[in-house]
Design a protein around this ligand. Structure first.
Ligand code: PXP
Length: 238
């Protein structure tokens, strides 16, 4: 069975909109685990726009499955990861102005830098995964860094505007996954996956794990709204 790691960044986005202490991504992580999630993911961004250092520290202490820390390969983040020791670190590119991660890591262009980051994290006992576009050259470069795993960027597939495009981009993901496995890498997939576009992946053995955030948190807001409104009406009226 494929595993699901749930990204709780957007619970923190909602909290930071008010700068108060709820909703707490740490509580959300516990609920996701109780529902069967195989791991929890957070992206600690340089600008701390959603997840805070405190969240990562508490998650490391409290979650029962696995903590996957998405991070840029900067000295600050590497230092924090080496202290907090998440089970997994996923290296991603990061630009200050982006709304979410755009594109995979340019492992080919940053080979020495990424190799060094991978080894600094691995020395601290952290399992390292690289978020890459489904391209042969990037996969070869990823394997050469010593990382044991790649997460294939599914964003282009998720944004396909026609079924034919989605079919073609899905095939590209399948070939990239096969190539990565030939290179000895474990293969995950993520970004933009939702309750519709995940269906093509059902039963595919090429991918061991999915990393999904926004669509799950969006769904939770909507499916939870009915109960939340009813509870408030009872409180108002006694
Ligand atoms: N994988 C990576 C590397 C990401 O940066 C993100 C977004 O934080 C995701 C997966 C999850 O994407 P989404 O929120 O669209 O499910």
């Amino acid at each position: 069975m494929a595993r699901l790691e749930v990204n709780v960044d957007h619970v923190a986005t909602l909290r930071q909109a008010r700068m108060i202490n709820e909703p707490d991504p740490v509580t959300a992580a516990a609920l996701a685990e109780l529902a069967g999630a195989d791991g929890i993911i957070v992206h600690l961004r340089e600008d701390r726009r959603h997840i805070q250092d405190r969240d990562v520290i508490l998650l490391r202490q409290t979650i029962k499955t696995r903590l996957n820390l998405e991070m840029a390969a900067t000295p600050e983040m590497i230092g924090l990861a080496r202290q907090i020791k998440p089970h997994v670190a996923t290296l991603v590119p990061e630009k200050r102005a982006e709304l979410t991660t755009e594109g995979g890591l340019d492992v080919m262009g940053l080979q020495d830098h990424i190799r060094q980051a991978v080894s600094q994290l691995q020395e601290a006992g952290i399992y390292v995964s690289l978020f890459v576009d489904p391209r042969a050259d990037q996969l070869q470069a990823a394997a050469a860094t010593g990382a044991l795993c790649v997460e294939l960027h599914t964003g282009a597939y998720a944004e396909a505007i026609s079924e034919a495009d989605a079919d073609r981009l899905f095939e590209e993901l399948l070939s990239a996954a096969a190539h990565a496995r030939q290179l000895g890498l474990r293969v995950k997939a993520g970004h933009g996956l939702n309750y519709q576009n995940i269906k093509r992946f059902r039963g595919r053995r090429e991918f061991e794990e999915y990393s999904i955030g926004h669509s799950i948190i969006s769904r939770a807001v909507l499916v939870g709204l009915d109960a939340a409104v009813r509870e408030m009406i009872v409180l108002i009226n006694g």
